[in-house]
Design a protein around this ligand. Structure first.
Ligand code: ZN
Length: 344
């Protein structure tokens, strides 16, 4: 790969290539945008361009240097990420840490980075630091990092890759060159997902829409949950507040794992949006086009207030599971809140 092969982000890639051509590369960049849209690929591409001996300021993608950048093994390209990210990428094992691997970037990691970039580069003209999930830097880490931004080493480029830049101090944001990465085109995500996961076109398109233009999320969605979507939605709409056992069974059937519960909640959120579209007479925009009859029935019997409530409860359940809430329990709570309220 190279910067030029990053797909679906022409504005970001053009801006970086222009900076490379004119020798106006910043000391620090903030790559901002949703998860799974190519920010980290672009960061690797920029690191290659800055270190490649074959095609300086472009990056050939093929030489030993570029290959090592891509595999995370280049001595002048330092990667920093939270411990739990290292575990989920298979770069470390759980047993490498005492206690639970941290979800935050800690001040010790920032200090280690500072020591590292204070040293002369080993092979390349420039050193690069790539900070993954930069939004997870805690306050002490951010304050320590600010010092580096105030007095950056002259031969170093720091790239912060972040999905939620409002969690970074304004003083950090203002000292970085910002590069925005938007959601990817849904058609492109659908095509890539269909190829990579061997899905039929309809399921792949649904995955792309559910993932909101994030290839990373579309790749991670539970395909079984997607292929059972008709059964799931029909069962969901058959739930009634007075049938407590039915509610618990639904939660048990769809809350077996965090991934499964998240996929189910995304599916329900998209379905709720479909019902709202039908209510507004906008049926052509449905994601679940083959379920328009059920969407009409639900639209006819569901008030705007209740639909709004569905949205908030689905969001709350997703947030709770993201914070490590037990998936089945969160689904149960959401269903009980939703359906017992509805029957009142
Ligand atoms: Zn190269």
């Amino acid at each position: 790969m190279t910067l030029a092969t990053v797909l679906g982000q022409p504005r970001a890639v053009d801006a970086l290539q222009a900076a490379l051509r004119s020798g106006a590369v910043h000391h620090a960049y903030l790559f901002a945008g949703p998860e799974g849209v190519g920010k980290e690929l672009a960061a690797v591409g920029l690191a290659q361009a800055l270190t490649c001996p074959e095609q300086p300021d472009v990056g050939c993608g093929a030489c030993a240097s570029c290959q090592r950048v891509e595999r995370g093994l280049h001595p002048d390209v330092t990667w920093v990420m939270p411990d739990d990210e290292r575990v989920s990428r298979g770069l470390a094992g759980r047993s490498d840490f005492t206690g639970t691997p941290s979800r935050e970037l800690r001040v010790e990691q920032v200090r280690q980075l500072q020591e590292r970039i204070a040293l002369r580069g080993l092979e390349s003209r420039r050193k690069v630091a790539l900070i993954v999930s930069a939004q997870t830097m805690n306050v002490q880490a951010q304050n320590a990092f600010l010092k580096t931004l105030e007095e950056p080493p002259s031969d170093t480029t720091i790239i912060l890759v972040a999905s939620a830049i409002d969690r970074l101090l304004p003083t950090i944001r203002s000292r970085c060159g910002k590069v925005h990465f938007g959601p990817l085109p849904v058609d492109m995500v659908a095509q890539r997902v269909a190829e990579a996961r061997k899905l039929d076109a309809e399921t792949a398109m649904l995955a792309a829409v559910m993932a909101g233009g994030s290839l990373g999320r579309a790749m991670a969605l539970d395909v079984d949950a997607l292929s059972r979507r008709k059964d799931t939605l029909t069962a969901f709409e058959a739930l009634r507040g007075e049938d407590a056992v039915g509610l618990l069974r639904f939660a048990e059937a769809h809350g077996g794992s965090r991934e499964e519960a998240e996929s189910t909640l995304e599916l329900l959120a998209l379905w709720t949006r479909d019902v709202a579209l039908v209510k507004s007479g906008l049926e052509s925009g449905l994601a679940n086009r083959d379920m328009v009859d059920l969407a009409r029935q639900v639209a006819a019997r569901t008030s705007d207030i209740l639909l709004h409530r569905r949205h908030s409860l689905l969001d709350a359940a997703r947030a709770a599971i993201a914070r490590n809430g037990a998936p089945r329990l969160q689904l149960e709570r959401m269903l009980i809140d939703l359906f017992t309220e509805a029957s009142r």
